[in-house]
Design a protein around this ligand. Structure first.
Ligand SMILES: [Zn+2]
Length: 159
């Protein structure tokens, strides 16, 4: 009985992840994620949420597979400092997890933290495939950054 309940949870979780993956593919021709090491994250403070949500499986299996099926480019980017970098000028903007707004003293850029780090990930992904950053191409909408508020964690805990 317990096993069956677990199986149902696992199935519906996968279904949720599949929907999220398709939602991301609906937003454009490219999807970029941070290349996170879940073995390291499992030792951090945010492990339970991350692992319970099957987030690693989502990023490493479900999302790449759905992208491949739908001919959407999938890329992983270096996760270092994505939450500490200004997406607009590249300056280092240090902030701990409690600071939810990115505010850059260099260029004045101010936006929600998750949007800012999402833009850094997008910029890195685009430069990896040889594109320059263009708001018109990206539509200025970051589906993944919006999604991160539903997924428990997207950043490596700072240690
Ligand atoms: Zn800046």
């Amino acid at each position: 009985m317990l096993l069956r309940v677990h199986q149902q949870i696992s199935d519906s979780c996968k279904d949720f992840h599949c929907k999220q993956a398709h939602f991301l593919c609906d937003q454009g021709g490219m999807v970029f994620v941070e290349d996170l090491d879940f073995r390291i994250m499992a030792k951090g403070m945010l492990d339970k949420h991350t692992l319970d949500a099957g987030f690693g499986q989502f990023l490493n299996q479900i999302l790449p597979w759905v992208c491949w099926k739908r001919s959407v480019h999938f890329g992983k980017v270096n996760p270092n400092g994505t939450s500490q970098t200004c997406p607009d000028c590249g300056a280092l903007v240090k902030k701990d997890l409690s600071v939810r707004i990115h505010h850059c003293l260099e260029c004045g850029s101010t936006k929600p933290r998750d949007i800012a780090s999402g833009e850094v990930i997008r910029n890195r992904g685009l430069s990896a495939v040889g594109h320059t950053v263009d708001q018109a191409v990206c539509g200025g909408v970051l589906a993944g950054a919006a999604m991160s508020s539903q997924v428990p964690v997207k950043q490596k805990p700072k240690s």
